[in-house]
Design a protein around this ligand. Structure first.
Ligand code: 13P
Ligand code: SF4
Length: 335
């Protein structure tokens, strides 16, 4: 008990546990031991660092992770991803304890749509249905009729009657891509992901000139100018599948570089080139996703902190928009 009190003190204001770890500790072995002891499951997004992916029980995109969170019989869900993903897991499994290695692992896209501002925006379009990309806060989901992920977005839009006007939030790039793909005229919230907006068209075209046989694959959170030159556009799982199935041996990958770990594992004979950002830093790594580390993962499993706590109202209201998304995905054979 005293240990837990100390741990909670170390957590205050930091968002993660700040305890000394013996540097000789075999973290992989300890994490695996804790998994068994606590009947825990580690769910990791493809953008997590490779070591975390290696220790996870399931690695996936936002849709796959939601599905796993909903159906798991584990007592403890350890979410190696960002805050909105762990919130979604909590909404889908409200009776389970959900922990996130670093509470500050947020999302620039989710932050670009504050719920109070969105509520005002929504008032201007009273007859519209709200479709929100799952990369938004739990509170925004309470203002949403149906969620979508990059895997099911087209099917979600197409499930809405043609004469029904739509607001799409928060990603203007995914929204613009969906308008083009479905022919639906949607009102877009002006949000974006900092990682997917930073890719340089100029550097990518130069890279293509040096690798003329490489396929350019991009996530739909990228800007239209990048998507226009892509050979394939898809969610993280879609991109991974494409690299496995396409006979090309070189790929320029325009999304967060963490996904390359699984691409390389599945196709060791192929070459994956991370697309360059518009400056000289490693900005194709999501600074939020990368806040999670093996040390924080170990500590959060040991102390079951920091925990995701949501009010009953947010769980009930927000969950409805995710459950509608799951129904459409099931009908469309996506899950
Ligand atoms: P998906 O893995 O669902 O394609 O989402 C990408 C992303 O940006 C997650 O933050
Ligand atoms: Fe958010 Fe973009 Fe990071 Fe995904 S990659 S978590 S959308 S900031």
């Amino acid at each position: 008990m005293q240990n837990l009190v100390n741990a909670a003190e170390k957590l205050s204001n930091k968002g993660f546990l700040d305890l000394e770890i013996d540097p000789t500790l075999d973290l992989v072995a300890e994490i695996n031991k804790l998994k068994k002891e606590k009947n825990a499951i580690i769910l990791a997004h493809y953008y997590q660092e490779s070591e975390i992916q290696e220790v996870a029980d399931y690695i996936g995109d936002s849709l796959g992770l939601s599905q796993k969170a909903a159906e798991t019989d584990a007592d403890l869900i350890v979410f190696a991803g960002v805050h909105f993903m762990a919130e979604t897991a909590k909404m889908l499994s409200p009776n389970k304890k959900v922990v996130l290695p670093d509470l500050k692992a947020g999302c620039s896209l989710a932050d670009s749509c504050p719920p109070a501002l969105f509520a005002k925006f929504k008032e201007k379009y009273p007859n519209h249905v709200v479709v929100s990309y799952i990369n938004c806060t739990a509170e925004l989901k309470t203002l949403t009729d149906i969620c979508c992920t990059s895997t099911n977005a087209v099917q979600i839009i197409e499930s809405i009657p043609k004469d029904q006007p739509i607001i799409f939030a928060p990603d203007k790039n995914l929204g613009a891509y969906l308008i083009k793909k479905t022919g639906r005229d949607m009102v877009l919230w002006n949000g974006a992901c900092m990682v997917h907006e930073i890719f340089s068209l100029e550097k990518i075209t130069k890279l293509q000139a040096r690798h003329p046989n490489a396929k350019l694959i991009a996530h739909p959170e990228c800007e239209a100018k990048i998507l226009e030159i892509a050979d394939y556009i898809g969610s993280t799982s879609g991109l991974l599948k494409y690299t496995k199935e396409n006979p090309a041996t070189e790929f320029i990958v325009v999304t967060e570089a963490g996904i390359i770990h699984q691409m390389q594992k599945s196709s060791p004979e192929k070459t994956f080139i991370p697309a360059p950002p518009d400056n000289n830093c490693a900005c194709n790594e999501c600074p939020h996703m990368r806040l999670n580390t093996m040390e924080k993962l170990y500590l959060c499993m040991k102390y079951e902190l920091p925990e995701i706590i949501l009010s009953d109202y947010v769980i009930e209201k927000g969950k409805a928009s995710i459950e509608r998304m799951m129904e459409v995905s099931l009908k469309a054979g996506l899950i």
